[in-house]
Design a protein around this ligand. Sequence first.
Ligand code: FPP
Length: 252
Amino acid sequence: MSDKTRAAVPQSVAIIMDGNGRWATRRGLPRVMGHRRGVEAVRQVVRAADEMGVKRLTLYAFSQENWSRPKAEVSELMVLLKRYIRSELDELMSNRVQVKAIGRLHELRPDIQELFNDAILKTRNNDGLKLTFALSYGGRQEIVDAARAAAREVAEGRLALEAIDEKSFASYLSTGDAPDPDLLIRTGGEQRVSNFLLWQIAYTEIYVTDTLWPDFDGAALERALQDYASRERRFGLTSEQTGRRARSQADR
Ligand code: FPP
């Protein structure tokens, strides 16, 4: 990794893992084979992100919309999630990874909920990479759930209407007070956000690669981090202001 990339590793990375189906179809294989290879990519990328100094990784493993896929494909994805968390927990534990989940976990099969809840509980005191799985997740649904939770507190007199601002509202989202992603990676070439972390990516840098998820590995992640390191993040300011801000921070 170059010094420039190393000096600007994003603290928080989120990934839309797309292209499993196409990877398989191009090889004349059933789509499920693409998902199986996708799990291998998950293993590699989790390890690589940790080694490269990423502190928080959020993976879009199963969206709300994915429930509408053919029943057999949904079942296969569930089996893969179950196998993954079962077989990986020991390694995650020894690498001090802290497992988390966002989304409507309660909509998953009870046995899968239990395995993830167990992994979350076992790894909760680990101080390494924070690895979040978005499961049965939808960004709009998450915002609606947060609005309902805040409205309930207002109705019950526990929260003043005026106390709702961007910061306090964000605490009702399933990401709580976690920092927003610095970088969102989407594999498979589509230029859209597909209902992922809608609130949280307001100022996130987006990197889209044509590489299909099963082919995404440590080297591909490094290319994404390299691209990120070459960007100037402006947060709505002018480049002159951000230049000045960067200089004054460096002076401190
Ligand atoms: C998109 O590929 C990917 C998914 C629907 C979910 C991602 C799932 C995995 C990587 C496997 C299981 C995950 C874990 C964490 C063990 P697609 O089928 O939409 O691809 P396509 O756009 O080429 O059809």
